[in-house]
Design a protein around this ligand. Structure first.
Ligand code: PHE
Length: 339
């Protein structure tokens, strides 16, 4: 019985080397080692001469079988290296550059930009104030009384270790900061972040954005307020939108109002989006209270004006029919890519 032990061992080793090798260069070395002109298989063929004559045909067949097997296997590996190399290593200067996925403007920023553009086009400037405010600017100068619930620890973030210091709960302190520094007339908006001690849910976030507006001149009336805000609503939500003003109360405006827009989903008929009211509240506004002017050194006999404040997330929710505020901060690309 012919013993192919030596052949089998060589075959096994060669197959394992071929499978293990990781580059075309390595593969070429393996080829030389096993089936090259001075390779192992060649040796085995030569040694065949020393074996008994009647074994030789079987040995020859076996060695040829191994040679073919190794050749085929090496061909297969080689083509694998070539195809993987095509993908990663070959630089083809004629190909167009790879597409870079670009980020997008966050929907809150996008709406903020739109609000800014609308008011800029009506001649409003843009002012900024600090996020960390004092009780004076956030409350006192705005005629918010000492015992007002908004001042309570459970509504407002106070800054530990700093007396009377807090994270602003609205953008209204910017009104005071500007009026205190410059003489009227004023016509500006003040966008920015606001903070309230709310637990996160579908309609509350502890950090959100507002845009404040202030227009003061010698003959500004409630009609100007209505005209400006109505035009804003049309530019923001489309020319078919209707607006209405409801009486309201803010300590820093008198009279005060809230503005509603007609529901864009049901066109005012009533649907789940507007809680079957046909209207959606979008902002608070009013004529600047003379008490606020006096804190800022503005003569209320000579000057009058209006102020308004709106939540940007709220505007974005109404514009895009979004029902959960949390979507704005979850960074889910499936949501963000839609804007
Ligand atoms: N600051 C008010 C709020 O946060 C909004 C407002 C601003 C109302 C200006 C009237 C005038 O609710």
């Amino acid at each position: 019985m012919t013993d192919f032990k030596e052949y089998t061992a060589a075959e096994k080793q060669a197959v394992s080397d071929i499978n293990k090798c990781s580059s075309a260069d390595e593969l070429e070395n393996i080829r030389v080692k096993y089936i090259g002109r001075q390779g192992l298989l060649k040796d085995l063929f030569s040694q065949m001469g020393k074996s008994p004559e009647k074994e030789r045909p079987a040995r020859g067949r076996e060695l040829n079988r191994i040679k073919k097997k190794l050749t085929d296997l090496m061909e297969k590996r080689k083509s694998e290296f070539v195809s993987s190399c095509k993908k990663e290593d070959i630089f083809d200067p004629t190909l167009p550059p790879p597409l870079i996925e670009r980020g997008k403007i966050h929907p809150v920023r996008k709406v903020l930009n739109e609000v800014e553009n609308i008011f800029r086009s009506m001649g409003f400037g843009v002012a900024y104030g600090p996020d960390v405010e004092t009780e004076y600017y956030n409350f006192t100068a705005l005629n918010i009384p000492e015992n007002h619930p908004a001042r309570a620890m459970h509504d407002t973030f106070y800054v530990k270790g700093y007396k009377n210091t807090l994270l602003r709960t609205h953008t209204s302190p910017v009104q005071v900061r500007v009026m205190e520094k410059k003489k009227p007339p004023y016509k500006f908006i003040a966008p920015g972040r606001c903070y309230r001690r709310d637990t996160v849910d579908a309609s509350h976030l502890p950090v959100f954005h507002q845009v404040e507006g202030l227009m003061v001149d010698c003959n500004v009336t409630f009609a100007d307020l209505k005209g400006v805000l109505h035009l804003f609503a049309k530019r923001m939500f489309g020319s078919k939108v209707k607006t209405r003003f409801r009486p309201s109360f803010f300590p820093f405006t008198e009279p005060s109002a809230e503005m509603d827009i007609s529901c864009g989903i049901c066109k005012g008929k009533g649907c789940p989006s507007c809680s079957y009211k046909g209207w959606l509240e979008i902002l608070g506004a009013g004529m600047v209270d003379p008490e606020v002017f006096s804190h800022c050194g503005v003569d209320s006999d000579k000057w009058q004006g209006f102020a308004f404040g709106m939540g940007i997330e709220r505007i974005a929710m109404l514009k895009y029919d979004i029902h959960d505020l949390r979507l704005f901060i979850q960074n889910d690309l499936r949501f963000l890519k839609q804007f």
